[in-house]
Ligand binder design. Structure first.
Ligand SMILES: O=C([O-])CC(=O)C(=O)O
Ligand SMILES: [Mg+2]
Length: 220
């Protein structure tokens, strides 16, 4: 891009907009209804963590889950973006983890409270290197996987998404203007499960990218 380098989007302090329950198999494994409209929530830029730094377990959870997701990096901002023009707003992608304190989320759900502490804590958004748009010609048909300590836990394909990337960009931008450097997490396929301190997480997008993160104790 121009003055700033989009390949280091996590340093910009832009929004992270997350889509929930965008894969029917994941909605079902947590006994949630399959949505008829996208479910949105946010993470702050302080949630970003890149390879070389650990994922920290918040002190208040005893059930931290991994969710592997395709992230879409916005290159050109806009409001009320047409679905037919949505892909022109994409600069590239990143493999992302939507780390989730599942016990806290369950508590929030039962009380009808927002998910902020379950989803938006420090290091809740591990990201891979930036992947330029040309390296994923069809983002609606790529395979994602995640292993914990070398054991496969998640394996899915973005073709299983309920709402497509162009639809999501258009839908989100009707309510929340998108800006250059924003990241959209597009939801997770089934297989989410708990991680413990000292676990090693590895994830990848087919032959495009792999990344690894260690889970660590949070010093208080
Ligand atoms: O916490 C959840 O189950 C919702 C979510 O983020 C997803 O489906 O990716
Ligand atoms: Mg998620």
């Amino acid at each position: 891009m121009t003055a700033r380098n989009i390949t280091r989007f996590w340093e910009w302090g832009r929004k992270i907009i997350c889509v929930g329950r965008n894969y029917a198999d994941h909605a079902k494994e947590l006994k949630n209804a399959v949505p008829t409209e996208p479910i949105l929530f946010l993470k702050p830029p302080s949630a970003y963590v890149t390879e070389g730094s650990p994922i920290l377990v918040p002190l208040y959870t005893s059930n931290l889950h991994h969710e592997v997701e395709l992230g879409v990096v916005i290159g050109k901002g806009g409001t009320a973006i047409l679905q037919s023009e949505a892909m022109e707003h994409v600069a590239g992608y990143a493999l992302c983890l939507d780390m989730t304190a599942r016990d806290i989320q369950d508590e929030c759900k039962s009380k009808g409270l927002p998910w902020t502490l379950a989803k938006a804590f420090n290091t809740s958004c591990p990201v891979s290197e930036f992947i330029s748009k040309d390296r994923i010609p069809d983002p609606g048909n790529v395979k994602l996987w995640l292993k914990v300590n070398d054991q496969l836990r998640q394996s899915g394909c973005t073709s299983q998404m309920i709402f497509s990337i162009p639809y999501l960009i258009s839908y989100i931008s009707d309510f929340i203007s998108l800006e250059e450097g924003d990241l959209i997490l597009t939801g997770t396929p089934k297989g989410v499960s708990a991680v413990q301190e000292y676990d090693e997480l590895q994830a990848g997008i087919e032959d495009v990218v792999t990344m690894s993160f260690k889970v660590d104790r949070q010093d208080n």
